[in-house]
Write a protein that binds this ligand. Sequence first.
Ligand code: F6P
Length: 347
Amino acid sequence: MSDKAKHMIKRIGILTSGGDAPGMNAAIRSVVLAAHHYHYDVVGFYHGFNGLLREEHIAQAKVLTADDVHNIIQRGGTILKSARCPDMLTEKGLQQAATTLTDQYIDALIVIGGDGSFNGLLALQAFWLGQIIGIPGTIDNDLDSTDFTIGFATAVNTAIEAIDKIRDTADAFERIFIVEVMGRHSGHITFNVGIASGAEQVLSFENFSINNKQATLQKLAAEINTAQQSNHGSYIIVMAENLWQGGAVALADELKHQADVDCTACVLGHIQRGGSPVPKDRLLGTKMGVAAVQALNAGKHNIMIAEQNSGICHVSLADAVKHTKTVNQQLVDAQENILALTVQNQY
Ligand code: F6P
């Protein structure tokens, strides 16, 4: 983009897309405040990309004022609402989105979301010539090229607080719990929560494969029995969603009926998506929002704002969605080889 074009930016569109994440509001707020600093208008589109597609939602597109973002930094969810939008993968949908952006005189679009949302944003480029910027917002922390995504720290904190409570009752009754946490298909939440809550076992995609279901059940049962006999009153397994067919409830049921081990399943679910963002997510959202507007002001295009080694930087949007970020191997090894209360780690 030429220098001339870059100084012509006047209206920035913003939307939140995919699973909401605590800290998205902090990012919206800082985009609005930073845009005003540079004398740009910000138009908020509601309900994710649907806000660009459907007539009734276009009517809800709104120029955001400082008043609109007052008193939201501490709130979970997103004031712009969110949605998943399969139509953004169709030519008709993309064309419609481009028409809306043009009709609304939008020069640049900021999307706060995860990899699915960024794929929609990338596809839009074939139909619309404005600047595009992604801000990583998902509790899953699975976006490559950024150490953290907005919402991850809060989700981990929420799950840990819940498990601390489960531990009390588990200890009192000397019970075994299987606690299922979110993360879609990656184990960032599972490992961080498992380790920080002192779980006896962590079961996730990175350390667990099910070749033979019966053998897996028997092995798990043996681990739990041995550990319980040796020292512990309670035994907590933190397990990733989508790992076991039917989830924690099915695993608990199968352990009971096929291996005679009495487990209680607890699915934490959407509680992990809500709640007031912890300071780390408020700060990350704020830093990324400011950086996104500064990047637009500097004529940057087609990038994701990222955090690497505690510093904010820019990465190519296409690179950010190329791979799913893997869980830190040191974390996996520490849990597997040292911390887990399994037969192999006992002496
Ligand atoms: O991507 C965020 C996330 O909360 C995942 O952890 C989870 O798998 C998914 O969204 C749940 O999506 P939905 O709320 O649409 O069921």
